[in-house]
Design a protein around this ligand. Sequence first.
Ligand code: ADP
Length: 501
Amino acid sequence: MKIALISSEAVPYSKTGGLADVAGTLFRELDAMGHDTALFVPLYASTKGRFHERLADLKIEIWIPIGTATKKCRVYSEKQPSGKSTGKGTVYFISNDEYFDRPELYGSAQGDYTDNDRRFIFFCRGVLEACRILGLKYDVLHCNDWQTSLIPLYLNTIYRRDPVFAATKTVLTIHNMGYQGLFHPSSLDAAGFGPEIFHPDGVEFYGKVNFLKAGLISADILTTVSPTYAKEILSPEKGFGLDGVLRKRAAALFGVLNGIDTTEWNPGTDVLLPSKYSRTDLGGKAECKRRLMSKCSLEGTQDTPLLSFIGRLSSQKGIDLLADSISELLGKGANLFILGKGDERFQGLLKKMASNYPRRVYFLAGFDEELAHLAYAGSDIFLMPSLYEPCGLGQMIAMRYGTIPVAYSTGGLADTIVSSERSYDKYLTDGNYSTIKDTGFLFNSHNRDALMAAVGKALSVFRQKNIWQILVGNAMEADFSWKNSAEKYLELYERPVTIAR
Ligand code: ADP
């Protein structure tokens, strides 16, 4: 098949979160499976900085209308597929310095860039124009999140009769319903649409233009990143105001669990670890813990449980619940490692905690890939108290590194962590460990008591080394590779469309 993945971020070129992992890895997986695969991403300053030597200017000049202005778009491709790509897939970079040559992808800690509507209108049209001019005919345009959600709408309207897209299906993957791309109605103008689509059955959303909604009503197939989240978003609580729209399109909505890049995330080969290890030889994990503790100046021994959190500092990630529980966690004898970037309020709170307990709590406000690898490997327990979690990658990575997740039972966390209600005490006496299939601990109410009860249970098992080893082994054995998910996407790409153009 000829497949184009379109994403506002993708590893290894750009990343703020899981979307980048998903887009970059799915691209490589489909490519390795022999499909004619392309990836379209914006050319950000950070991408240019790291990849400039590999960029080939395709020497096409496109002028994109943004309202009454026109903006120049250049298209680059990567000379050689980077990293582990085994096939011939092409990466296309959509470039305009005014829009993408900035320090961050979407905004700073103070807030989003105020022209994000124009930036991603430009990106969407840049992709479509590049396809037209280069004659790239794809069977599927696979869009991701609000930043690329205008593409299905464009194909149903302005590009409807374009022969390049005559046989092109659109798939839109929702990575997080909490981010919809809400803008002033003038965005419609900027995007080249008329007022006829600004109504409740169109892109209007409480007086604003909703980019994600444009995709939800226009794409042929909708997917989200776990089966549980696919059900949850049909409810008002998790649908963020778009549950009604999604219910109407329920027949076209599918949950496909994300995988992780099991070559990048592999404790047996990870070059960022001071010592490698495997399920059958965990010696290197202890060395990683020693290194992590010393790097972060944390006190204690191998027997001191080390709990970690890596993720965006936003209320979605349950960071307020975590911040609220820190004293109690320390009271249980655990040390805490937190790596995250985001909301200034949470950064301040966590900085204060770390300075109050310098040898027990480590906090780094920032994005640090190398430290993240060491922390996944060197921790004992990985905390994911997310209020909602479409899929979540952290828990899968942690499990692969033998670090046991404690998480709220929601979305992809519920789909990937095996947590029975069992009491482990009885195994101390009967010793029939082979019946333990658990890989972590889930809690069912989003509050401090439930979190602390789950942590308490995890810590008591942590002290029973023989049982803990079983959990660690189970977690490390779980299969989170992309192969299954890529095959599910292929099935969907081939599925007949359910809405007429
Ligand atoms: P999100 O909702 O942010 O997409 P996911 O759990 O799906 O959350 O994916 C987050 C990804 O980003 C994981 O690979 C995680 O390790 C990584 N990550 C998040 N924050 C940081 C950080 N501050 N430093 C390094 N890696 C991070």
